[in-house]
Write a protein that binds this ligand. Structure first.
Ligand code: NAP
Length: 255
């Protein structure tokens, strides 16, 4: 099960895991985009199911769980990848609803899905959960209060659940995917900071210097963590910037 599978890291991961033989259940809000991803997977011989949902709203996630179990009978892997960056404002100017929505998408939604799949994974004594976090969880960035706070919360939730699961063959980890060439990065570059004290030139420079990773590269890291290579890890925060690990992934899995 992959959230945020309509584009970017999520769709690349869906294609990668489906090519490896997984039956993939895909969700995001944009139903047409999800159907395109699923069509491409089926065209390549894979199995995919789509259920449009907003991860901030548990009621819309219930059909995702039900249809996935009906069609595939089990949920072995959950990848909490859906994420939003907005609001990008200093805290004094941030909109309350936008702030709360961010936390609901980036933290409460993953909590809801983890809580829902855990009893299933415990019954089968097998499961892999991966939360797509961000370096912003560990680095305070002016203007990114909601995102930094939500991702930091996601990291701690990952570590708490890992402690709760000691002894079971259920692993839960998080990944900082690095700077990845997706719409989220384009969103950052689209913000006009000329009238504010915010400075997003770091992301503009990284883009201009061609330093962004490709979504496929991150999909390979995700495959490594939820696949057999990552079986010993739980409660870990993997980082794309960890060059030793990145090299190990590249050695174990071809792009
Ligand atoms: P993206 O291209 O903007 O994709 C975000 C995905 O999340 C889309 O599929 C979007 O689909 C989905 N989504 C957003 N809000 C949702 C909601 N309320 N309910 C369901 N789905 C929702 O961004 P990305 O870069 O691939 O991001 C994937 C993950 O990586 C995020 O968690 C992000 O925080 C993390 N990350 C990215 C970077 C980077 O540099 N790109 C760096 C660090 C961490 P719909 O719009 O169709 O709902």
């Amino acid at each position: 099960m992959i959230t945020g599978a309509s584009r970017g890291i999520g769709s690349a991961t869906a294609r990668r895991l489906a090519a490896a033989g997984a039956s993939v259940a895909l969700t995001a809000r944009d139903e047409d985009a999800l159907l395109d991803v699923a069509d491409a997977i089926r065209h390549a011989g894979g199995r995919a199911l789509t259920v449009a949902a907003d991860v901030s709203d548990p009621e819309t996630l219930e059909p995702l769980i039900e249809e996935t179990l009906e069609r595939f009978q089990r949920i072995d892997i959950l990848i909490n990848n859906a994420g939003v960056l907005w609001p990008l404002d200093e805290t004094a100017d941030a909109d309350l609803d936008e702030w709360a929505y961010n936390v609901h998408v980036n933290l409460v939604g993953p909590f809801y899905l983890i809580r829902t799949v855990l009893p299933l994974m415990q019954a089968q004594n097998y499961g892999r959960i991966l939360n797509i976090s961000s370096g912003a969880a560990a680095r305070p960035i002016p203007g990114w209060g909601a995102y930094c706070a939500a991702k930091a919360g996601l990291d701690m939730l990952t570590r708490v659940v890992a402690e709760e699961l000691r002894g079971a063959d259920i692993c839960i980890n998080a990944l900082y995917p690095g700077l990845v060439n997706t719409e989220m990065q384009a969103d950052i570059r689209s913000v006009d900071t000329s009238e504010s004290s915010l400075d997003f030139s770091y992301w503009q420079d990284a883009f201009e210097q061609n330093k962004l990773l490709a979504p496929d590269d991150v999909a390979r890291m995700i495959y490594w963590i939820v696949g057999p290579w990552g079986r010993a890890a739980s409660g870990q925060i993997f980082k794309a910037g960890d060059e030793t690990w990145h090299a190990q992934v590249a050695q174990d899995i071809a792009l």
